[in-house]
Write a protein that binds this ligand. Structure first.
Ligand code: SF4
Length: 252
């Protein structure tokens, strides 16, 4: 039985009065929409709300999204603590600080010189395109802002979508390595599928809701970190075990 009294079942994410929308689903994966809904409900029942992404302000979430590329969150958290201590967690402060000092402060996040350049590229974009205002930036239509973010130095699809979803509450699904690994192990995706194809799979299978996508991605991160490890996954204790397809060796 669930330890959580309030389960945000998928139906609750549909906007009031919304008519059901029928999306085209790739013919090769007919079971995916239903499966992705069932996975969400199983994960939420097992682990509850994840309160992901950690960050005190929208700008801090954006800094975290850029710094977390190719490193663990522990290393990012240390870099963010350094920036906070030095009162550098604002677009103006990041733009004014010298690249060398910025790189030193975020050293723990790895690739620190490149990441310092990326942070400064983002705040320059924010100033030039949106008068330095995150509120103005996030008022843009999702697709337009996504294109703008993807054009900023050092911002790829996962970072752009993390910024849109977690800092801006735009309904885009964030696909990370854990998402891909879980889908592949459950035969819902294969290695050649692009980031955009997997993102479309989620966005077309679920109600288009930032709250839902936020929670779902958090649950995937939890599953990936605690159970679906690259080596020796802990399937026996994982909430998605009932959905795991039988391995070919297990077949009679
Ligand atoms: S740990 Fe096993 S059951 Fe859980 S998501 Fe990974 S493959 Fe599936």
């Amino acid at each position: 039985m669930s330890a959580y009294r309030v389960l945000p079942i998928l139906g609750q994410f549909a906007p009031p009065g919304a008519k059901p929308v029928r999306h085209q689903v790739p013919a090769a994966l007919p079971q995916t929409p239903h499966a992705l809904q069932s996975y969400y409900e199983a994960l939420f029942r097992a682990y509850g709300p994840q309160h992901w992404w950690p960050g005190r302000t929208r700008f801090e979430v954006i800094v975290g999204a850029i710094l977390t590329q190719n490193t663990s969150w522990t290393n990012v958290a240390r870099a963010i603590r350094n920036l906070r201590r030095q009162k550098l967690l604002s677009p103006i402060a990041i733009e004014r600080v010298s690249p060398a000092r910025l790189a030193r402060l975020i050293r723990s996040s790895g690739y620190f010189r490149q990441k310092a350049r990326k942070l400064q590229a983002f705040v320059r974009f924010l100033r030039d395109a949106h008068q330095g205002s995150l509120t103005k930036m996030f008022r843009m239509p999702t697709a337009v802002l996504r294109e703008q973010l993807l054009a900023v130095h050092g911002i790829g699809p996962e970072t752009a979508d993390s910024i849109l979803l977690y800092a801006g509450k735009h309904p885009v699904f964030v696909v990370d390595a854990y998402t891909r690994r879980i889908l592949e192990r459950h035969h819902l995706a294969h290695g050649k599928q692009s980031y955009e194809e997997i993102r479309a799979l989620f966005e077309q299978s679920l109600p288009l809701s930032a709250a839902l996508f936020n929670e779902y991605h958090g649950l995937i991160v939890r599953t990936g970190k605690d159970f679906c490890r690259a080596r020796a996954p802990l399937c026996e204790s994982c909430a998605l075990k009932p959905f795991l397809p039988p391995s070919p060796e297990a077949a009679p």
